[in-house]
Design a binder for this molecule. Sequence first.
Ligand code: SF4
Length: 318
Amino acid sequence: MKANSPFFPSYYGEFHCLAGQCEDSCCSAGWEIPLDDESYGLYKALNIPDIDGSLEKGEDGDRIFKTVLRDGKRRCVYLGDSGLCRLYALSGGRLGEVCSRYPRFLEEYDGFAEAGLSVSCPEAQRLILLAKRSSYSALGESPGEELLAFIHPAREHCFDIAFSRPGDEAAGIIYYSGIYLQDELMRGSKEYSLPTGERSLFGRIASLYIGFSSYLIESTDILLDSWREGLIRASSGELGDENALSDKEKRALLGYLVYRYFLKAVNYSDISAVCGFIAQSYHLLTRMPGDAYENMRLFSKELEHNRENLDAAVGYFL
Ligand code: SF4
């Protein structure tokens, strides 16, 4: 069934690209950036100098922008020294589909879609970390599909928890809720009901810190050295400053993870695995050594923007 207009968090429309002022540009993230046919045709028609020489075939056979190595980072060949896109200037402001959409994402389910911003972009991250419970309160009615209809109200409950409790406790309750709900589903429940006697499994999450970090090193295809280095330090048990993020930011981070991943239980047919991933990712990002804000962006670049890596990471809890 085709999705209606997507729902989105209240901060979605506030996003504006920082362009030349960006401290961590998406144009130097080392990604393969595809160029769609329509934009390619437009650039050809505009006689953009050396457009063909600036493109190559990516791993999936897509037409992608070439990159150059500068200061240890792989940058898009069109990223100028001023931090601005030269192609944007040459084409009169016409960016390809992927470049103009980033950092927005769209998740489509059966008859239901949600849009959001990715925490991999520093400006989107700033907005996401300012979010409150009300930022996610206009997400619409429960969708019709059976499993989605079951987990959609459960996610509302997890948003309530994420924004009303201290982050660690909330992450542990969300993990417990996922296990409880999966049990309910296996018993054939058709309607979501609140777990009675709420528990926090934060101790279990904390005990998996080394194991989960080691697992990500072994089981995901790591793109960026700084992410690998952080994981290696975490896998040896090293902890960062757990107060680097304020309590409000920790809650907003957990809320973001709930928004981004909870409904993906439909894809994995397992609510407990998705809640485990949400809680464990929250723990890793609030504990691992290094800059907490950079770690969050690296996590997003490595897992959120790579479907195979995300599947592998959730697989830790399946
Ligand atoms: S990372 Fe975000 S703010 Fe920075 S250049 Fe890209 S879209 Fe703009």
